[in-house]
Design a protein around this ligand. Structure first.
Ligand code: PLP
Length: 360
């Protein structure tokens, strides 16, 4: 298999792919695949409930939290959050950290008043604003929204704002389950699955149940969170196959020691690559400030644009894929999500050092 550094959809653990392959045409002896049977069947319901249970276990979710399975990607959450929680008279607060936060903000503005609580724009998003600089007026705040990991810029919150009486909402699409998390700090967390959780198709939402109490009645049924809480995410047909793969990924995380051990491994993987950048004497440069570096998306550049093109060409020829930076920022990005093996990061580091020796 190639060394897969794509930002998303991204690498899945090989064991998961192989298990899914083995069960594809005959799921647990039923003579059919899971995709071909009712979502109300015993076989599917077991997967559904077990997947929720695995989230609860891995994240040690407090009792009052629900695990929901939605569709429409994280992008639909950008709209659903203000539709459900930004009621007249209230203001939605957003921390502007880059391209994904901006998309969330644009959707919220279509629904109501938005206040930018802090912004990294003046700094070209190379740094997460410091927690002390995040301004929120609790009397009028519907919620405070952050993007825990900005996939494109390569920045990550390493601690989270806590503002009394203001529900904290986080887009964790690109770092969910990459580290232990105190979920009780958040009213709602959402993530498209296709980076750390499984294939695209399911969007996971973790929420504190009390926040769905006052949702406007007149919203379309599929855009109301309480439709999903009331019906255990089985109001309509859920994306059964995506949820099944998420189930296998969560079991894989559990087998590998859970979030504490994943965080350690993710930190070691990222350190290899950041060290290669920092010890290159300027041949490679990291794109963001040290205090905001992401352990999931490592953005960097080669000091010369032509050499950078050559780096990409040669890395491809050596089976490294997905190293191009996002089209809006260019340069290079290595995404080192949970399923990317340590060996892949080591191989990339060796390649970077060797490339520098040849062209430095
Ligand atoms: N938020 C973040 C941080 C992302 O990285 C992405 C996708 O890359 C999205 C939102 C959009 O997710 P989706 O494609 O599931 O709508």
């Amino acid at each position: 298999r190639p060394y897969n550094f794509f930002a998303g959809p991204a690498a899945l653990p090989l064991e998961v792919i192989e298990r899914a392959q083995a069960e594809l045409s005959d799921f647990k002896g039923i003579g059919m695949s899971l995709m071909e049977i009712s979502h109300r069947s015993k076989e599917y319901e077991e997967i559904h409930d077990e997947t929720q249970q695995l989230f609860k276990e891995l994240l040690q979710l407090p009792e009052e939290y629900k695990v929901l399975f939605l569709q429409g990607g994280a992008s639909t959450q950008f709209s659903m959050i203000p539709m459900n929680f930004l009621v007249p008279g209230k203001i939605a607060n957003y921390v502007m950290t880059g391209a994904w936060a901006e998309k969330a903000i644009l959707e919220a503005r279509k629904i109501g008043d938005v206040f930018i609580s802090a912004s990294g724009e003046a700094n070209n998003y190379v740094e997460i604003p410091s927690l002390e600089d995040i301004q929120v007026y609790p009397q009028t705040a519907a919620y405070l929204h952050i993007t825990s990991n900005e996939t494109i810029a390569g920045t990550q919150f390493h601690s989270f704002p806590r503002i009394k009486n203001v529900p904290l909402i986080a887009d964790m699409s690109s770092d969910i389950l990459s580290r232990p998390l105190d979920v009780s700090q958040f009213a709602l967390i959402y993530a498209g699955a296709q980076k750390n959780l499984g294939p695209s198709g399911v969007t996971v939402v973790l929420l504190r149940e009390e926040i769905v109490r006052n949702i406007p009645e007149n919203l379309p049924v599929m855009l109301k969170y309480d439709t999903f809480t009331k019906h255990n995410s089985l109001y309509n047909t859920p994306p059964v196959y995506s949820i099944y793969i998420v189930n296998l990924v969560l079991k894989w995380i559990k087998q590998h020691g859970g979030l504490v051990s994943l965080e350690k491994r993710n930190a070691e993987k990222a350190k290899l690559i950041y060290d290669a950048i920092d010890q290159s004497g300027g041949f490679y440069t990291g794109m963001v400030k040290l205090n905001s570096r992401s352990l999931m998306n490592i953005t960097f550049k080669v000091h010369d644009d032509e050499l950078e093109k050559l780096f990409l060409q040669q890395s491809k020829a050596n089976h490294f894929i997905g190293l191009e930076g996002h089209r809006s920022v260019g340069h290079l990005r290595a995404s080192t999500y949970n399923a990317v093996p340590y060996e892949a990061c080591k191989a990339l580091t060796d390649f970077m050092i060797d490339f520098q020796k040849r062209y430095g």
